[in-house]
Design a protein around this ligand. Structure first.
Ligand code: FEO
Ligand code: CA
Ligand code: CA
Length: 710
């Protein structure tokens, strides 16, 4: 996402020790221990009894056979995608591409309408995944499912010179409908021909859109709760739309998971805000695009964006509308008649994405999630039901995958993460029975006494995590799981909340939220052990579950930094060939039976976002690659030395969304919010003049074919 919809407010006023403080303690501890012949690693990772440790122990770089087969491309500041020599990059499925065979061809003058936009690719592509129809054709013909995170009103309304009444007055109803339809999720069939050229299969019966107005189901603990009663769904079971869908996930039974991130700002409440509205950052004035101001429509089509209580009961107004947002949304791409289900058991917050852990027959399934906001938390959900391989996806068959989803995703336990300075971590269960360390704000003993039931805990997920002592993180973005070892990687993109050395921490009195215990942490100063005020550059971390239930071990994998920064900032020793900042998209790309793989890293640091740092002045956002060493044996400086830049995006974009075809011959990435791109089918070509910018999926392949990256 760009600065346009990023929320930089700190809504966590708990006293919980932030990750930045834990990290500096951890680094101090490691430095002390490393004085003793690598005792640190031996101590930190003693006790890993996981089967995956066997794989990990043999997969250290230099011991395995996997090598990156390209040289780092230089940084780039152009209106074009850059890829290594011998590769090509094709623009596929940009915003406005019609889903139907008779849809209008794109032109820079095309005026979108609600109807056209509802049957075309939306704006600002983000997370995406692939679903084969025929496993034998999985690398050349599949359903592409992708998120449309938000919109660029100037590009959307370019033919009419911009949006009407953008900042004041009533928005025209059809402009609002079009904007709503430019958000959401798209299912579209794509296919490669023998020359390696990819196309959208217009008119395929699977092609469909979910928008911020599509009716869908609430599922899990919140379904039917009186906390989500609205005039449109008096029994609290349904909602219209999914909004600001950022990253994604997938399930072993063949469904797509779309995650609602920066949705609070499209709603408003002019009255007294509820604790969850305060905590998640709902505005009191005009919504992000003023959708609530449009007139007309029926059944609260626009009024639902205004959550101000107006009637005698919640069944007669839209005070609860936003409580049906902030979830992981499950979509079955194979059944074009199926509803989407919001799987509320996985928590309610600004969900970045949702990543499945290692799948083992007879074991519960695990899904990792993160809340992308300053000082917010990392979570995991563990299913009650144990994995039955008979539930595995049967591509191309039409059956009720959402019924399978209900069995794994509606019942289970949600946990928040606490990171300890010694490299260990604890998963803190968020259930009514969970005993609150130190008691609740009014002396309550359990989360159930504070929040009532599991629905109450879910609606107030962040406050429940506060009370249990979760660790505030530096903005969790994407995660990914090494399917061999089960190790989880996650980007912490940046955090502007750190202050200069010698300053005092600041606290907020009477802070908002049930979890705020009177006064809370707002900022923390750097110290000698962690001299990175404002953490402008971010880092990638990783952790591994331990045998002991609810315990994990963690380490920092890689620090972002400018090449020219001193060692205390550039902790991974990055050079001009590898410098990066604000890591975001991640994908662990397992290759072959050895379990080795490539970790792909995408960045969201662009200079357009006000982050005028040395990396942004050197290169546009990018895709990097590294073959990770085993956890506990890795060294963040050696990882930095092995990191290579694979691709660079055009000016003003972020690079996000990533997967490769099963044969690894094509890497799919998304270029979001470019400034003056694309100029045609060739993603590496810059326009002669100014084009109407369009987010697009880009396919990177080798000239002549073969596995990418090696
Ligand atoms: Fe939508 Fe946190 O990126
Ligand atoms: Ca992101
Ligand atoms: Ca980001």
């Amino acid at each position: 996402m760009s600065a346009e919809i990023e929320n930089h407010d700190n809504h966590n006023h708990s006293r919980n020790t932030p990750f930045s403080t834990i990290l500096e303690r951890h680094i101090s501890r490691r430095r002390v221990m490393q004085g003793g012949l690598g005792v640190a690693a031996a101590t930190l990772f003693a006790g890993f009894g996981l089967p995956g440790a066997v794989r990990a122990a043999t997969a250290a770089a230099g011991e395995g056979s996997l090598r990156l087969g390209f040289d780092s491309v230089p940084g780039s500041l152009t209106d074009a995608v850059v890829v290594p020599p011998g590769y090509r990059a094709q623009v596929l499925a940009p915003w406005g591409t019609p889903l139907d065979a008779d849809g209008p061809r794109w032109s820079d003058e095309l005026a979108l309408t609600p109807e056209l936009q509802a049957r075309a690719l939306g704006m600002h592509h983000d997370g995406m995944y692939h679903f084969p129809l025929d496993p034998a054709q999985a690398s050349r013909d599949f359903l592409l499912v992708l998120n449309h995170e938000y919109i660029d009103q100037q590009a959307l309304w370019a033919p009419s010179g911009g949006p009407a009444h953008a900042d004041e007055g009533a928005r025209p109803a059809d402009e609002v409908r079009t904007e709503i339809n430019a958000h959401g999720v798209c299912v579209v069939r794509v296919r490669r021909d023998d020359s390696g050229h990819w196309t959208v299969v217009a008119g395929d019966p699977h092609n469909r859109r979910f928008t911020s107005a599509t009716p869908m189901e609430l599922a899990g603990p919140v379904r039917g709760s009186d906390r989500v009663h609205t005039a449109w769904s008096p029994d609290g079971t349904r909602v219209r739309g999914t909004n600001n869908n950022c990253a994604c996930g997938y399930t072993p039974w063949g469904t797509y998971l779309s995650c609602e991130e920066n949705w609070p700002e499209v709603f408003i409440n002019r009255g007294t805000q509820t604790p969850d509205q305060q905590r998640l950052g709902m505005p009191a004035g005009r919504g992000r695009y003023g959708w609530e101001t449009a007139r007309g429509g029926s059944e609260g089509e626009f009024a639902r964006f205004d959550n101000t209580p107006r009637a005698a009961s919640a069944r007669e107004d839209y005070r609860n509308e936003a409580r049906a947002f902030g979830y992981v949304v499950e979509i079955d791409p194979y059944d074009s008649e199926s509803s989407a289900f919001k799987r509320t058991a996985l928590g309610r917050f600004r969900h970045e994405g949702c990543w499945p852990g290692r799948v083992v027959e007879g074991e519960p399934l695990t899904f990792y999630t993160g809340h992308d906001a300053r000082n917010e938390y990392i979570y995991k959900f563990v299913s009650d039901k144990r994995w039955d391989p008979r539930d595995a996806n049967r591509p191309g068959e039409r059956y009720d995958r959402q019924a399978i989803g209900a069995r794994y995703l509606d019942e289970g336990t949600l946990y928040a993460a606490r990171f300890n300075a010694d490299g260990s971590g604890d998963w803190l269960a968020l259930t009514p029975e969970s005993e609150i360390p130190g008691g609740g704000p009014a002396g309550e003993r359990t989360l159930g006494e504070v929040f009532g039931d599991q629905a109450g805990i879910i609606i107030n997920t962040c406050d429940a995590a506060d009370l249990m002592g979760a660790t505030p993180m530096d903005r969790p973005e994407w995660g990914t799981v090494d399917p061999g070892s089960g190790e989880v990687y996650m980007s912490l993109t940046n955090n502007s909340d750190r202050t200069a050395e010698g300053t005092e921490p600041t606290f907020t009195d009477g802070a908002a939220g049930i979890g705020a215990l009177g006064a809370g942490f707002d900022t923390a100063p750097v110290n000698a052990a962690n001299p990175r005020p404002d953490n402008d550059f971010g880092q990638v971390m990783r952790w591994r579950e331990e045998d002991e239930p609810h315990r994990f071990a963690w380490e920092v994998f890689l620090f972002g930094a400018p090449a020219g920064a001193d060692d205390d900032i550039n902790r991974s020793g990055l050079t001009e060939a590898s410098e990066f900042a604000s890591p975001d998209g991640l994908w662990f790309d397992q290759r072959g039976e050895s379990g080795e793989g490539i970790l792909w890293i995408e960045t969201d640091n662009g200079i357009d976002k006000g982050r005028d740092n040395a990396v942004a002045r050197a290169t546009n956002d990018q895709v990097l690659a590294v073959v990770p060493e085993a956890m506990g044996r890795g060294d963040t400086r050696r990882t930095g030395q092995q990191l290579r830049r694979f691709a660079v995006g055009p000016n003003a974009c972020e690079v996000t969304g990533i997967f490769a075809t099963p044969d690894r011959s094509a890497l799919f990435i998304n270029i979001q919010h470019p400034g003056n791109w694309p100029a045609g089918d060739d993603a590496t070509r810059a326009s002669e003049g100014q084009v109407r910018p369009r987010a697009a999926t880009v396919v990177i392949q080798k000239e002549g074919g073969g596995a990418i990256g090696v």
